[in-house]
Ligand binder design. Sequence first.
Ligand code: NAD
Ligand code: TYD
Length: 342
Amino acid sequence: MKLLVTGGAGFIGSNFLHLLFAERSDWQVINVDLLTYAGNLENLTAIEQWENYRFVKADICDRDTLTFLFEAEKFDAIVNFAAESHVDRSILEPDIFVRTNVTGTHTLLELAKKWKVARFLQVSTDEVYGSLGDEGLFSETTPLAPNSPYSAAKTSADLFVRAYHHTFGMDTITTRCSNNYGPYQFPEKLIPLMIQNALEDKPLPVYGTGMNIRDWLQVEDHCRAILVALEHGKSGEVYNIGGNNEQPNIEIVKRILSILGKPESLIRYVPDRPGHDLRYGIDATKIRTELGWEPRHSFSTGLKATIDWYLSNRTWVQNVLTGNYRAYYDRQYTDRLAAGKP
Ligand code: NAD
Ligand code: TYD
């Protein structure tokens, strides 16, 4: 197998590369990543000695550069993780989300078509389905109804993947996973942000009432689902991925504080995210029954292990808390925290 992984220096992509190194080290793997603020080669030091692996710094929108790569490498498959991935940033600056998530995916599809890549796996999200009320779950046939610029761009990419399968007969797979947690997650996302703030005794900004619900899955479980879909999924299909683990945000924040032995008085209820989706919940029956995937991690042990990882990797954390990140943090949180309530 000669595999192109895009976005492999990010959170989920790097965990996927660790899994391939452990279990598919005979594969030839090239990781194309632009190393944006979210891409970090320190996530990949453990696979540096993998002789079948190579890193290429490139933009998935840069068709000219990628043409040379596709011509030279003759990939068998592509797994596309590369994306702008944070909803709050998509509210502040949507343009880059359209560029990377839509144009980038389309560029890869065009190259895959031209160079006859046998399989294209698009790593998508449950957020394409919009928001649930109190009842029901997202299935693969739930209508697409994205609510944020992030999810609108991911949905557009999914529709291009669908169209290239339908029109050009390309072998595509789309996976739609719920919220991930685990090692190497950039601290802008809920769980690592709350861990970091709690460790620094800084206020923990909870949007709205804290009663928005997400369905949390440990990242290695997500990566195993992608691998099984890549190897055994049916062409043209969509597979939802989730662990039946819905939690209100405030529960997670309180659990983190309790594990770290920090007081709940650090919690600040801040003005809500605009357009904040109320609830995500995944029905993963299809991937479980058709491909035999099952999650291996429970949330309580997975969350504890994640907190331990952040505690034992303080240098990794300090290195990603750059001036750029601090500028984003101030822009996103200073006014909210000032308006927040205990
Ligand atoms: P991330 O932000 O941690 O990583 C994204 C990676 O893509 C980074 O390494 C970045 O440098 C790279 N990248 C960005 N723009 C690029 C470009 N133009 N060219 C090449 N590389 C570029 O994201 P993540 O959380 O690892 O998410 C990976 C994928 O999984 C995304 O497609 C996301 O939509 C999807 N997803 C994420 C979650 C989640 O909970 N994090 C859940 C479901 C699906
Ligand atoms: P996030 O990790 O950004 O993932 P997503 O928006 O893609 O689901 O947020 C998870 C939930 O946590 C979401 O309901 C928003 C909420 N949240 C906060 O309450 N405070 C925060 O500072 C962040 C980043 C998120």
